[in-house]
Design a protein around this ligand. Structure first.
Ligand SMILES: [Zn+2]
Length: 322
């Protein structure tokens, strides 16, 4: 049976269960767009794979809080999206060479009970572990786990539902500003859902598991550098990978949508500090453009790979595949 037919059959089984709407969105989106969960490419000596953990639907009013409504509609149209339906993947990236398997972010994880967010009920079924298994990778094979920031779609897969580390042999790298903010009174007004995910997936980590990153630019290993890009959250990280003359930039959530590159003044509800977010965006765009670097946007159309170009004074995103 072809995968698409299989998915259609699965979809019909799931229909009577309203709390599985997220899963249905995922399936429905697969019909017309991308029909796969893994995208592989290389950067020099590094073998890279982007995994599609799950799909989510965002709203224009949350993504672009200060932009004129008509312009949002018109611009989203260029990306074949509507203001009430901006489909977005949650992803994870695996980078490996002869000696190490480095996982960046962990998806949303699996939750047994539906979770309420912004008045809606969701049943999250992140597929990262299942996909890793299909790819022949066990949790204990991961040598390093880099968590770019503590939002649920990036940390949900750190621990299993039963409270066991999914990647028990990995050293976990996090920026110290991220740890400090979410474990201080400053984050008290953040959504309870975010705190629930952190209490389950980050707070139980011990000193033995953790390697806290300090400063603006840190070499994590030969060819992989963490760049501190505050704004979306206080300790968000981008990753710069360079090997054998090739370069790649994992921008995490510095940009939630290509339109945040093309309209640098458009702000999103999901950024904590708009001025810092903009400064981090400009820094990443200059860096990537100067080196003609391949980039990956976590929430961009899967697999989220592309490059930035300039159209007059403005930046332009071009989806590409390597
Ligand atoms: Zn995210």
């Amino acid at each position: 049976m072809k995968r698409r037919e299989f998915l259609q059959q699965q979809a019909s089984f799931l229909l009577p269960l309203p709390f599985l709407s997220l899963r249905l969105n995922h399936l429905a989106l697969n019909q017309g767009l991308v029909d796969y969960d893994t995208y592989a490419f290389t950067i020099g000596k590094f073998k890279c794979r982007v995994f599609k953990d799950s799909m989510f639907k965002y709203l224009g009013k949350d993504y672009f809080i200060n932009a004129p409504q008509e312009l949002i509609t018109q611009e989203l149209n260029r990306y074949h999206q509507q203001t009430d339906n901006i489909p977005s993947p949650f992803v994870a990236l695996l980078i490996e060479d002869q000696t190490q398997k480095i996982l960046i972010d962990t998806g949303i994880g699996l939750t047994r009970d539906p979770i309420t967010f912004k008045g809606k009920s969701y049943h999250f079924q992140g597929r990262l572990l299942e996909i890793l298994q299909q790819e022949g990778i066990r949790g204990e094979d991961i040598t390093t786990l880099i968590i770019t920031h503590f939002h649920p779609d990036h940390i949900g897969g750190v621990f299993s539902e039963a409270g066991k580390l999914n990647f028990p042999k990995a050293t976990i790298k996090i920026h110290e500003a991220e740890w400090a903010y979410w474990h201080s009174a400053k984050s008290v007004n953040q959504p309870p859902l975010f705190h629930n995910f952190i209490e389950k997936n980050v707070t139980p980590l011990t000193k033995a598991d953790l390697d806290l990153i300090k400063g603006d630019e840190t070499e994590l290993c030969s060819g992989i550098q963490a760049i501190h890009i505050p704004g979306h959250t206080p300790g968000q990280l981008a990753l710069h990978i360079a090997s054998q003359g090739e370069q790649f930039l994992y921008i995490s959530d510095a940009f939630l949508h290509p339109l945040h590159m093309e309209h640098l003044d458009w702000q999103t509800n999901y950024d904590l500090d708009h001025a810092k977010a903009k400064a981090s965006r400009v820094k990443l765009l200059d860096f990537a453009y100067g080196e003609q670097m391949l980039m990956q946007g976590f929430h961009f159309d899967f697999p989220g790979l592309g490059r930035v170009d300039k159209a007059g004074q403005n930046w332009k995103w071009v989806y590409t595949k390597k």
